[in-house]
Design a protein around this ligand. Structure first.
Ligand code: ZN
Length: 655
């Protein structure tokens, strides 16, 4: 049906190099598989199959890593999931929630432990710290090993060239396949903005109009308290010597520009309208004197636009800082009170890595307090949903955790066995990235096991990772997270890049954001990653700072398509990737991508919904299988050889 790109000779590598490299790569994949399945996140099926069938790896535990139920969606169902009649936040009846179990929770060495009424501990697994550090050190040695680096580099070069060949031979056929599909085109396939922050999900013009409208509608509303005196919206603007008429996008001054390049500090201050933090507090915070009313309203306007566009969806990040125990309740209350919900939106909760700041301000005395503030409420609500009924409802629409902050900030510590335990982390310095990620991961893992027992939804880890800073952040990301945002630094780390490819780890990339902060557009590795077959998607990060139009995600696709000359097939592939790596439910994905979307290769593709030709999907699948085959066969052949050698030795002894 299509021209298979097949080379009978794989590029020359000395056999011993191939063998050593293959062993290392396989070991790394097993490590990821272990941590991902332990935490109930999803691991690439094709890769898992090769590890299991060819190398006799442990089959993924079907109890924890549930086989997806056969979808009830029929092959000819519409692409639109049914809409529920009732608003999901309206069923706030504690009596209808799962009953309380009477368990108690306690954090020990940075990880929550759960005890039954007769104080025996529940068996909720989480990774052993010693083992984790050993695995991490193994991974660190592996990514700087010379021969392994050369091997992976060559494989990546080969993948690029092979894709070029595929395009030369099949581009016209791909295009023809797309033309043959009635009705479907790039505009009406599902796209998910896989990385976008709620506080900057509207564009500047939208925020400006909203502020002007608020000034007209609620001039007398008390919005802020300064020195125990309430200030109305009008007074706030008067104190800044501004009227509604004066305001323009220029005075708002929230766009990233050439002055923010490599200046994350300057970029952060762009979150303040007109440079005033008080306006940020009033308009784009969930917790303020008006209980986040304005922020709720503007998010709902963004949601209405998304619903109108039908095919665009977003995964908005909301913040939990870990400064106090009531943050979760306040956040949930905000969402439910203002009914901030849309079928087009799922939430991720981002935890800024700001322990050092809160510690200096004396809000936290040690790191464990921060972890307790983040996780204890989640355990309480899981053990007894009616203790925090609003949070219980809200969590059903949260898909996971994100970890955010400037990765290029210097780190003064290396995470190892000598690192202080969270309760003893009382110094001024911030814990390193890997320390944050490990403790979020460990608690999330325990929480997921507890929630699974109760038939509640579980969470995944999707941190910002590899945007800047040291490369080892990407090692933590590889071991612990389902997918990552940015991944720019993979371009400098061939071993990790090859591993991210083999494990098909999702990477949400935002080239426009990078262009303003860390890497100019023409140097962005996205087209290279895409051609090699890494699981990349396009996302906007912060439309308020980077985009100009009402449809920021389309703007992102449009610029990428033009600068990098992406074909319609490339764009549809990116969009399909974005749905696959998103946290929308299995049911919803079955409508968007087709009921068999979890099957491997072209069987899992439904061009009538995705507009991605089977040729492309088959090419990706066969290429991945070829790579997995190469490394697993190399490892196997050695195993056989040693077995034979041992056999002949025995023979010799007998003689
Ligand atoms: Zn971001």
């Amino acid at each position: 049906m299509f021209e298979l790109v097949f080379f009978s000779h794989t590029p020359q590598v000395p056999f011993t190099d191939l063998l050593d490299a293959a062993k290392c790569v396989v070991k790394a994949l097993f490590i990821r598989e272990k941590y991902i399945s332990l935490s109930m996140q999803s691991f690439c099926r094709t890769t898992a199959r090769y590890l299991q069938e060819e190398l006799g790896g442990q089959p993924l535990d079907l109890n924890t890593f549930e086989e997806m139920p056969e979808s009830s969606v029929s092959a000819d169902a519409t692409v639109h999931p049914p809409v529920s009649e009732t608003h999901p936040y309206e069923v706030l009846d504690p009596a209808s929630m799962p009953p309380g179990l009477g368990y108690t929770c306690k954090m020990v060495d940075g990880v929550v432990h759960v005890y039954t009424q007769n104080s025996s501990e529940l068996d909720l697994p989480y990774p052993d710290l010693q083992e984790y550090i050993a695995d991490m050190n193994m991974m660190m040695a592996l990514i700087i090993n010379g021969p392994v680096k050369s091997f992976c580099y060559r494989r990546l070069q080969y993948l690029s060239s092979k894709f070029q060949m595929h395009i030369l031979l099949n581009e016209m056929k791909e295009l023809a396949a797309q033309k043959k599909v009635p009705h479907r085109d790039f505009y009406n396939i599902r796209k998910v903005d896989t990385h976008i922050h709620a506080s900057s999900c509207m564009n500047q013009k939208h925020l400006l109009r909203f502020i002007k409208r608020a000034m007209k509608k609620y001039p007398g509303e008390i919005v802020h308290v300064e020195q125990s005196r309430g200030q109305t919206l009008l007074e706030v603007f008067e104190s800044m010597n501004l009227t509604a008429f004066d305001l323009s996008v220029d005075t708002l001054d929230m766009h990233a520009d050439r002055n923010t390049f490599h200046r994350f500090d300057k970029f952060n201050s762009k979150y303040n309208p007109i440079g005033e933090s008080i306006l940020r507090e009033i308009f784009i915070k969930t917790d303020n004197h008006v209980e986040g009313k304005y922020f709720g309203h503007i998010i709902k306007e963004v949601m209405a636009d998304l619903e109108e566009s039908k095919y665009q969806n977003v995964e908005l990040r909301l913040s939990i800082y870990g400064r106090s125990r009531d943050e979760w309740d306040k956040l949930a209350q905000w969402a439910i009170k203002h009914k901030v919900y849309s079928d087009n939106v799922r939430w991720l909760v981002q935890v800024p890595r700001l322990f050092d700041v809160y510690h200096t301000k004396k809000q936290l005395s040690n790191f464990q307090e921060m972890l307790e503030n983040i996780f204890m409420p989640l355990f309480e609500v899981t053990v007894n949903p009616s203790s925090h009924p609003q949070l219980h409802l809200f969590l059903e629409h949260v898909v996971g955790f994100d970890s955010v902050d400037d990765e290029s900030k210097p780190e003064h510590h290396i995470f190892n066995l000598d690192s202080p335990k969270p309760v003893n982390w009382t110094e001024e310095d911030n814990p390193p990235y890997s320390y944050y990620l490990y403790y979020v991961y460990a608690n999330m893992t325990v929480l997921n096991h507890l929630r699974r027992q109760r038939n509640l939804n579980s969470f995944v880890l999707r941190p910002h990772c590899g945007e800047a800073g040291p490369i080892h952040h990407l090692v933590s990301g590889f071991m612990l997270s389902e997918n990552i945002s940015h991944g720019l630094l993979l371009r400098k780390a061939p071993v990790l890049q090859y591993l991210y490819y083999l494990a098909q780890i999702g990477i949400a990339m935002s080239p426009l954001s990078n262009n303003s902060l860390f890497l100019s557009y023409h140097r962005n590795p996205l087209p290279e990653y895409l051609s090699r077959g890494l699981m990349v998607s396009l996302s906007t990060d912060d439309p308020l700072q980077f985009h100009f139009t009402k449809e920021p995600l389309m703007e992102e696709y449009s610029i990428a398509a033009q600068v990098w000359k992406l074909s319609s097939c490339d764009m549809c592939e990116l969009a399909r990737n974005s749905v696959l790596m998103s946290g929308f439910s299995h049911q919803v994905k079955s409508y968007w991508l087709g009921p068999h979307y979890l099957k491997e290769g072209q069987e899992g593709n439904d061009i009538r919904r995705t507009n991605v030709p089977d040729i492309r999907v088959a090419y990706r699948f066969e290429t991945l299988c070829e790579e997995l085959n190469l490394i697993t066969q190399a490892v196997r052949s050695e195993e056989l050889e040693t077995a034979e050698e041992q056999g002949s030795l025995c023979m010799g002894a007998r003689r």
